[in-house]
Design a binder for this molecule. Structure first.
Ligand code: FE2
Ligand code: FE2
Length: 324
């Protein structure tokens, strides 16, 4: 498999990209010990998969020598804006690390996550300069402008923060997938290839956090559903208030169809509820209006029934008589 086809697979194999199973909690020890076991096991699994399939180098895995720069100025503004969001990495890593320091699985993940995220702003910045959309000096100025502000945790507890990072990672992934499509339409092969790697990373991050939220749903269902509701009601993408001229940037992003309330609802909010497999009652408790919760639950029950029927048909139907 080539590097390209691996990433292509990550992007097309579905939102989650990996089999959707609830992490199995070992039925012993305190709830904290059970979480620990699940998180560490999930981290090892994540790390192994990343080492095997997803490691990439900013320098070597992007064809910087191909002509860069056919992307529009609006695309460049959007890239610069996403680069600015990624530049708050020191705050994301240290503030979250402080909160989850006691969990080895989550803390080790956080360290690995920080390494992966550090390449995102580097790759975006390298593209902006290589494509002559920004000069080195302009990027340094942006960095200085951002240095004065610090990002703070939007939620207080480790459980709320894992719900938040799950939503935020899927949203970031969707942003990059949409922006990649735009880069493709504008024939910018270099930017397309940068965004391929970034989307694959974000999709893997989403999967780790999603599995974590599923573990919480299994061991602390009522509290987790309440946290999901709280996070959904107060969700905002990180650092926008800290980035100069975000109003202009946000408007360009929305106008380009990359991200906005409609994308959030259809590509983030609803898919997450599906991925988590919440019950009818849990959907209602998570703040979904009764009618929507019922139609989602009906759809899911029907899909489960169809799946069962398909399995039944496969095992019970006779093989076709071969025609000569
Ligand atoms: Fe990122
Ligand atoms: Fe990420």
């Amino acid at each position: 498999m080539t590097a390209d086809s691996i990433v292509e697979h990550q992007l097309t194999a579905g939102r989650a990209g990996e089999p959707d199973e609830t992490p199995r909690a070992p039925r012993r020890g305190s709830v904290t010990a059970q979480f620990e076991e699940i998180f560490f096991e999930q981290y090892v699994r994540y790390f192994k998969a990343a080492e095997k399939r997803r490691r990439w180098s900013v320098e070597k895995d992007i064809a910087w020598d191909k002509e860069a720069g056919s992307a529009s100025d609006t695309t460049a503004l959007i890239v610069e804006s996403f680069c600015a969001v990624e530049m708050f990495l020191p705050d994301y890593t240290h503030r979250i690390m402080e909160l989850i320091r006691r969990s080895r699985g989550r803390a080790w993940f956080q360290a690995n996550w920080g390494y992966e995220e550090s390449k995102h702003s580097m790759a975006l910045e390298t593209w902006l300069i290589a494509a002559k959309k920004r000069t080195q000096e302009q990027m340094e100025q942006l960095e200085r402008d951002l240095l004065g502000a610090e990002w703070n945790l939007p939620f207080e507890t480790p459980r709320q923060m894992i719900c938040y990072t799950m939503v935020q990672e899927l949203a970031t992934g969707v942003n990059y997938v949409n922006l990649r499509r735009r880069a493709q339409d504008e024939d910018d092969h270099v930017l397309t290839s940068v965004l391929r790697w970034l989307s694959a990373d974000e999709s893997a991050h989403y999967n780790f956090f999603r599995r974590g939220v599923k573990a919480y749903l299994e061991l602390e269902p009522v509290e987790t559903v309440a946290d999901l509701r709280f996070v959904f009601e107060n969700f905002a993408m990180p650092a926008h208030a800290l980035i100069p001229e975000w109003e202009k940037r946000g408007a360009a992003i929305e106008q380009a169809g990359i991200y906005g309330p409609r994308v959030y609802l259809g590509k983030i909010f609803k898919p997450i509820l599906e991925d988590l497999g919440l019950t009818r009652q849990q959907l209602k408790d998570a703040g979904i209006p009764t009618e929507d919760a019922d139609s989602m639950a009906d759809w899911r029950e029907q899909a489960d029934a169809d799946k069962k029927l398909a399995r039944y048909n496969r095992f019970t139907s006779l093989p076709a008589i071969p025609s000569r």
